[in-house]
Ligand binder design. Structure first.
Ligand code: UDP
Length: 323
């Protein structure tokens, strides 16, 4: 299939592009490189340097690629930043997303696959979280992704656009070639591994007074290659709807740090900091719907196996991608 991948130079998009190519699809990556890295784009893909703000830029790129499917990864995706700069999130994730959606429908794209998030739920009423839980985001990041989900619903109803929206839990790990490199790193696992690499003195724990077993936030970590596989399954005709992608196991911030210590074979000092605004205490997926309806089979079900791939990648790329 001919696919158009926005954000294909970013962490999740780069691994998904690699897996799409491995599965025999042809890929055009559209990325403005604001967060992504040119070196993270698989050389087998065609690369278009995006300028999503420029009038007609997205439309022209989509027209030129003439894809059968669009996979939309490009987004601003930091909970903490969204609490400080909400406009960036509504602009990039909603306004620019709408341009892409319009472009996709105007050229008759058959399938739209969207990177949504568990942040659309807000603090859940029960765990593990099924797709039918109420969506009440507590940060602009989650709200902006929910707004795009609603747009997809209406484009499906009114234009017949088939879509799959994946609500990711916490993406982690690496493929052999591509891994996680943010210019300003805010994510837990890479920040903890930086200490093991000797690049920082200590890691930080944001909040130790949550209503959880050890007082720190609980998240569900899912391997990046497993995420990518779900996107490939979503391309099959007839697949449609909203799906959680997670492992169904929750790990606290302290448990993540301990697992990193075991894998890296060193002590990782941590200091306790106040809560980070916008963080729900516990997010754990029920992914039975994706397993049942998409025949999705995550291969990395243990946190240690996920972190091991991240550790290998970071050791091989201690400074990430050269820019
Ligand atoms: N976190 C932390 N220290 C860090 C980065 C994150 O304690 O240096 C916490 C964060 O507050 C959240 C969890 O780790 O509870 C996962 O955060 P991350 O930013 O990796 O992903 P998010 O859940 O925000 O998508």
């Amino acid at each position: 299939m001919n696919v158009f991948v926005t954000g294909g130079a970013g962490y999740i998009g780069s691994v998904c592009t690699e897996e799409l190519l491995n599965a025999g699809h042809s890929v055009t990556v559209y990325d403005d490189l604001s967060e992504g890295h040119r070196r993270a784009v698989d050389p087998r893909a065609r690369f278009v340097l995006g300028r999503p703000e420029a009038d007609g830029n997205i439309l022209n790129a989509v027209k030129q690629a003439s894809p059968e499917a669009v996979l939309h990864f490009a987004a601003s995706a930091l909970v903490g930043e969204s609490m400080v700069n909400p406009g960036k999130y509504f602009h990039n994730n909603v306004a620019n997303g709408l341009r892409l959606l319009e472009a996709a429908t105007s050229v008759g794209v058959k399938k739209f696959v969207f990177s949504s998030t568990c942040a659309t739920y807000g603090p859940p009423e029960r765990l593990p979280m099924t797709e039918d839980l109420p969506q009440r985001p507590i940060n602009p990041y989650g709200e902006s992704k929910l707004m795009f989900e609603r747009m997809l619903h209406w484009y499906h109803e009114l234009h017949g656009l088939e879509f799959v929206a994946f609500r990711y839990f916490n993406a982690a790990g690496a493929s052999e070639r591509f891994g996680e490199h943010h210019r300003i790193e805010t994510h837990l696992i890479p920040n903890v591994l930086k200490v093991a690499l000797g690049q920082s003195e200590q890691c930080e724990i944001y909040g130790t007074d949550y209503p959880t077993s050890d007082g720190t936030c609980i998240r569900d970590y899912i391997h990046i290659v497993d995420l990518a596989q779900a996107h490939i399954l979503a391309l099959e005709p007839g697949k449609q709807g909203f799906y959680n992608l997670g492992n169904g196991d929750g790990y606290s911030v302290r448990q993540v740090i301990q697992t990193c210590e075991q894998i890296a074979g060193c002590q990782i000092p941590a200091i306790e900091k106040p809560r980070r605004p916008g963080d729900p205490p516990k997010l754990v997926a029920a992914a039975a719907k994706a397993i049942r309806e998409l025949s999705w089979k995550p291969a990395f079900t243990k946190l240690e196996d996920i972190i091991r791939t991240a550790w290998t990648w970071h050791k091989n790329h201690p400074h990430g991608y050269p820019d």
